[in-house]
Design a protein around this ligand. Structure first.
Ligand SMILES: *[C@@H]1O[C@H](CO)[C@@H](O)[C@H](O)[C@H]1NC(C)=O
Length: 111
C-alpha cells in the first residue's frame, strides 16, 4: 500500500539523518581547545587545516601539522600564520606537481 511505502521512506530518511548526525558529531575528537601564538619555522610544517568554531569545535584555529605529524594550534588571524598557510599551499602544490618524494617534500601532504 502507498501509505506503508511512505512510512518506510520516512523511516529511511530518519535513519540517514540520524546516522549522519552521529557520524558528524564524532569527527572533531581532536579540536584545539586553545591556541598559542608561538611562531614556528615554516620549513618544519608539511600541512595545515582550519578549525572553525561551531563546527563541533569551541574555537577557531589554524592547525599546523609538522613534517613529523605533530599538530600545533595557532591563531588563524595572525599575519604570520596566514603567510605560513600560503607558503604551505605553494609547497604542497609544488610537491604534488612534481610528484616529489625528495627531502624537500618529505612529510608534506601531497593529497
Ligand atoms: C604573535 O606573534 C607574532 C610574531 O612573533 C607577533 O608579531 C604578534 O604581535 C603576536 N600577536 C599577539 C596577539 O601576541
Amino acid at each position: 500500500m502507498a501509505l506503508w511505502g511512505d512510512t518506510k521512506l520516512f523511516l529511511c530518511i530518519l535513519v540517514i539523518t540520524f546516522g549522519c548526525t552521529v557520524i558528524l558529531a564524532e569527527i572533531p575528537k581532536d579540536c584545539c581547545l586553545k591556541v598559542a601564538n608561538v611562531t614556528i619555522e615554516r620549513g618544519r610544517i608539511g600541512d595545515y587545516r582550519r578549525q572553525v568554531a561551531g563546527a563541533g569545535c569551541r574555537i577557531s584555529a589554524a592547525v599546523l601539522v609538522t613534517r613529523h605529524q605533530r599538530t600545533l594550534c595557532v591563531p588563524d588571524n595572525e599575519p604570520w600564520v596566514q603567510e605560513l598557510m600560503k607558503h604551505v599551499d605553494q609547497l604542497k602544490a609544488w610537491c604534488k606537481k612534481r610528484k616529489n618524494t625528495g627531502k624537500r617534500c618529505s612529510g608534506v601532504n601531497r593529497q
